[in-house]
Design a binder for this molecule. Structure first.
Ligand SMILES: Cc1cc2nc3c(=O)[nH]c(=O)nc-3n(C[C@H](O)[C@H](O)[C@H](O)COP(=O)(O)O)c2cc1C
Length: 233
């Protein structure tokens, strides 16, 4: 095939890609649901291995729940070491086809329901602004909960690297939790995490810093940001 640049290798920091094609994250909901679910299973592994066989250079797999209570029930999870063997299998399976693996960390916030389903937590959001995606009315997160969500993302980041994933993407797009803090539509807070643009960026920036610290300076970290959420103000 022609397309000289599309088919030529590319380095992003320490990450070397065989060409310039990327498969974006799609939450497939293939995992078992429930507090003890979230493992990479054969269906999920085969889905990504088949895509890797197609020749894509980088597969962004996910979303991955970094907290069992800020996700959807059937997402992959990395909030505990017990998920490491499955994630290693996924990395090895994708690598065997010559592709690299990036894991997308996704905190659903008001779009999710796992916490409420498991009885662990209310549905959490920057502020108590409901969404048509979930029947739950979310509760505004306390600063303690903000810290916990960030710490859990950092913990999952260490596991992603240990499992052999080549990069991490943080989902700040599509109206999920980081975006819920960024937008004045869903962030009505009056503390240091709301109000000015700088304050609305604080949650995402703190998560980036915590994840960066967990994986080290040389590890590729991607931030997916939406240009427009098409939600009326
Ligand atoms: C079933 C499905 C699940 C998706 N899940 C995610 C997700 O978890 N995270 C994300 O950032 N985007 C997600 N997306 C958006 C895709 O990454 C992509 O942006 C979208 O499909 C548009 O790409 P396309 O124009 O190539 O179809 C999802 C899309 C689909 C169809």
């Amino acid at each position: 095939m022609q397309y000289r640049f599309l088919n030529s290798p590319l380095s992003i920091g320490s990450l070397e890609l065989k060409n310039r094609t990327v498969m974006t994250s799609m939450t497939m909901m293939y995992c078992e649901e429930g507090p003890d679910g979230g493992y990479v299973n054969d269906q999920l592994l085969n889905f990504y291995v088949e895509r890797a066989k197609g020749g894509v250079a980088l597969i962004i797999a996910g979303g991955v729940a970094t907290d069992r209570y800020v996700g959807y029930g059937k997402m992959m999870r990395l909030d505990d070491d017990r998920y490491l063997p499955g994630m290693k299998r996924l990395a090895e399976g994708v690598h065997a086809q010559g592709a690299k693996l990036c894991l997308q960390f996704l905190q659903t916030g008001r779009y999710g329901n796992a916490g409420a389903v498991y009885g662990d937590s209310d549905t959490l959001c920057a502020s108590a602004v409901p969404s048509s995606f979930s029947p739950d009315v979310p509760r505004e997160m306390t600063q303690e909960e903000i810290r916990t969500v960030i710490e859990n993302a950092a913990g999952a980041a260490g596991r992603a690297r240990a499992a052999g994933a080549d990069a991490i993407e943080l989902c700040a797009n599509s109206g999920y939790m980081i975006a819920q803090f960024l937008s004045g539509v869903t962030n009505k807070r009056t503390d240091a995490y709301g109000g000015s643009f700088e304050n609305r960026c604080r949650f995402g920036l703190e998560m980036i810093r915590a994840v960066r610290e967990a994986v080290g300076a040389d590890y590729p970290l991607i931030l997916r940001v939406a240009g427009n959420h098409f939600i009326p103000k």
